[in-house]
Ligand binder design. Structure first.
Ligand code: SF4
Length: 454
């Protein structure tokens, strides 16, 4: 029996792809094991979003190969590279990394088992250059019955409601890697959610490149020709949230990766009226200065963003806003950074992340003049992070004395509605609370980004 070990890098969307690969491997009768040293095949599911993620992916590939050559692993072990990096550099990688046995593209994740069989069959015949199983312009999207083996703890799951992206953000390579936006149907997502809730999942995290674009490429979430965007705007997502809310059981629904250009009052009202939808919104804003938003091609403006935040705060009382910003974008001036800091100070985001701009080949922004040095990006990053650290401490203090409903992740560790898995803070709770259960706790103190409770 073929034993396979898989290393999943990058974001939650890539993790879902890893889960689909593991589901198909198991269905084909292969065993998936955590110990890479014992495996016949190691798959590295890579990320290629930023320079740092590419570096991490390359390091994982080289470390895996080195362990194999040092005989820390079976020497006949096969090494497969999948994911965003394999897709993005489909032409270059087979030449640059001859130690890899095969590259798998994003459309091939459901074919991982036959591809492994093919690699072993080829081995028995002739050995030549790495096999490349990457096809351009990915079009695949999973369905409710796609074999999948969850790699998250039993009590939370990610549901990929759409794949790809239609936005023109000038810094981003994702649309080139993952293809055009394609939504699943409302029925498909609901069927998957029902099964997960029946299996004991207590938190459904909806992910895609832009969750607010869900259904805008179809007609109200039904497959079919592209509808005029205005008439379909947001209605599939509101339908989806209402249908998820109607599923019986005690669970949270969390909306990740929303785009500020696609929020509507109807979506705000829907979230307010669906108590199972966490009072939490993840909305990467990237910047607030109008010249930067225009250069980034974000399809929105400072005034519209400010107005949207006011409507979100007024329409969904208690909402926690999470966002991310990019600093050091080409041409960003001191005044732009001042405006960004002022905006962060006035908005007091509950959760905030900052990225240093990464010059990604193949994007419009990579060709822009006035690229900043790494030192300049670093200085800006430290300035914004220091500001947010102060704000986060104030936000944490504001929780002290309150009673909070939390979901226990592990003995002693939980999260509230304002904390998404992996990316946000934690609530330290008594170890006696069982993992995977909801609990009401009283917040007694705070430490940096975390809360302490009893
Ligand atoms: S919305 Fe913009 S940043 Fe996000 S994946 Fe699409 S192009 Fe990239």
């Amino acid at each position: 029996m073929i034993k396979v070990s898989l290393i999943s890098l990058g974001c939650a969307k890539n993790l879902v792809d890893s889960e689909i690969m593991v589901g198909h491997l198991r269905r084909a009768g292969m065993t998936v094991i955590p110990e890479a040293g014992e495996a016949d095949v190691v798959i590295i599911n890579t990320c290629s979003f930023l320079d740092s993620s590419k570096e991490e992916s390359i390091n994982a590939i080289l470390a895996s190969h080195q362990d194999r050559s040092l005989r820390k692993r079976r020497k006949e072990q096969k090494l497969i590279v999948a994911g965003c990096m394999a897709q993005r550099y489909a032409r270059e990688l087979p030449r640059a990394l001859p130690e890899v046995d095969a590259f798998i593209g994003l459309d091939q994740i459901t074919r991982v088992a036959p591809i492994i069989e093919e690699i072993f069959a080829r081995e028995r015949g002739r050995k030549d250059a790495p096999g490349s199983f990457v096809t351009p312009r990915p079009a695949y999207i999973p369905d409710y019955d796609t074999p999948r083996f969850r790699l998250t703890p039993r009590h939370y799951a990610y549901i990929k409601i759409a794949e790809g992206c239609n936005h023109p953000c000038s810094f981003c390579i994702i649309p080139r890697i993952r293809g055009h936006h394609r939504s699943r149907t409302v029925a498909s997502v609901v069927a998957e959610a029902r099964r997960l809730v029946a299996e004991g999942v207590r938190e459904l995290n909806l992910v895609s490149q832009d969750t607010t674009f869900f259904g805008m490429d179809t007609w109200d979430g039904r497959p079919g020709p592209r509808a005029p965007v205005d008439s379909a705007r947001g209605s599939a997502l509101t339908t989806l949230l209402r249908e998820l809310q109607a599923i019986e059981g005690d669970f949270w629904i969390r909306l990740l990766y929303t785009h500020p250009a696609h929020w509507s009052d109807e979506l705000i009202r829907t979230i307010a009226g669906c108590p199972k939808v966490a009072r939490y919104v993840d909305m990467p804003l990237q910047h607030i200065s109008d010249p930067m938003l225009a250069a980034m091609r974000r399809e929105t403006s400072a005034a519209r963003i400010r107005d949207l935040i006011a409507r979100l705060r007024a329409g969904i009382p208690g909402i926690a806003l999470r966002t991310t910003f990019i600093v050091g974008f080409p041409g960003e001036t001191g005044a732009d950074i001042d405006a960004l800091c002022e905006f962060i100070r006035e908005t007091r985001f509950e959760r905030l992340g900052v990225f240093r701009y990464s010059q990604e080949e193949g994007t419009r922004a990579a060709k822009m003049d006035a690229q900043h040095t790494a030192a300049a990006k670093d200085a800006r990053w430290h300035r914004v992070m220091a500001l947010q650290k102060e704000i986060a401490a104030g936000v944490s203090r504001s929780f002290v004395g309150r009673t909070l409903r939390v979901l226990v992740d592990a003995p002693g560790l939980a999260r509230g509605e304002a904390d998404a898995p992996d990316i946000d803070g934690r609530v330290h709770v008594p170890e006696t609370l069982p993992a995977g259960a909801f609990a009401e706790v009283k917040i007694t103190g705070c430490r940096d980004y975390d809360l302490l409770a009893r």
